[in-house]
Design a protein around this ligand. Structure first.
Ligand SMILES: O=C([C@H](O)CO)[C@H](O)[C@H](O)COP(=O)(O)O
Length: 210
């Protein structure tokens, strides 16, 4: 089980500062969608230049023109690129093909997918690397989480790794770990804490205990 730090509400200097503090406790660093909207793929390039050994995920949440967008993220240095599960099959297949060509990986974000079990089985057959259940900020604000959805996709997936994101905090991490996802994605649960390194270290400890 791996831990991914999601960086969403910072600029490039802020992102670099956070990674300096928690690099040793996380496996993957995500350049979140809000950063990419503000700074472009330059943020991915800057992080990869500052931390060449860190695995970087570019949270593009691709919806179309997938092969081209995966290619641009790969050029910027991304190791993993996200596409939406609600995208067309052709887009997801195009993303996978381009990622394989570039030696990169694809994470499919299942945010807003309604027929979760059925769509997960379809996407799992496309050769994607990760399938991720995700409760975004707007539904987190309504008190929702993805823990039941995680159990659903765990029971369906045969090939891909399984990931979970959305509002995970230290207090709720044990409930997530109990379902044994391959990847746990945490943003505010680390970046919103007074002591970022302590929060990340504690999460890593719980994850390693499995
Ligand atoms: O993907 C995300 C969200 O849609 C904003 O882009 C976040 O990175 C993801 O939800 C993880 O962050 P937290 O919910 O703060 O843990």
């Amino acid at each position: 089980m791996k831990l991914q730090l999601a960086l969403d509400l910072v600029g490039i200097p802020g992102a670099i500062e956070v990674v300096k503090q928690v690099e040793q406790y996380v496996d993957i660093v995500e350049i979140g969608t809000p950063i990419i909207i503000n700074e472009g793929l330059h943020a991915v390039k800057a992080l990869k230049e500052a931390f060449p050994n860190v695995t970087v995920l570019a949270d593009l949440k691709i919806m179309d023109a997938a092969g081209y967008e995966v290619m641009k993220a790969a050029e910027a240095g991304a190791d993993i690129v996200t596409i939406l599960g609600v995208a067309e099959d052709a887009s997801i297949q195009g993303a996978v093909a381009e990622a394989k060509k570039q030696g990169k990986q694809i994470l499919v974000d299942m945010i807003a997918v309604k027929n979760l079990a059925e769509r997960t089985a379809q996407i799992d057959a496309f050769g994607v690397d990760y399938i991720c259940v995700h409760t975004g900020y707007d539904l987190q604000a309504e008190g929702q989480n993805s823990f039941e959805d995680l159990r659903t996709i765990k029971s369906v997936v045969k090939n891909a790794k399984v990931a979970v994101a959305g509002g995970i905090k230290l207090a709720t991490l044990p409930e997530v770990i109990a379902v044994k996802p391959d990847l746990v994605i945490v943003g505010g649960g680390i970046t919103g804490q007074a002591d970022l390194a302590a929060a990340a270290a504690e999460m890593q400890k719980l994850i390693k205990q499995g």
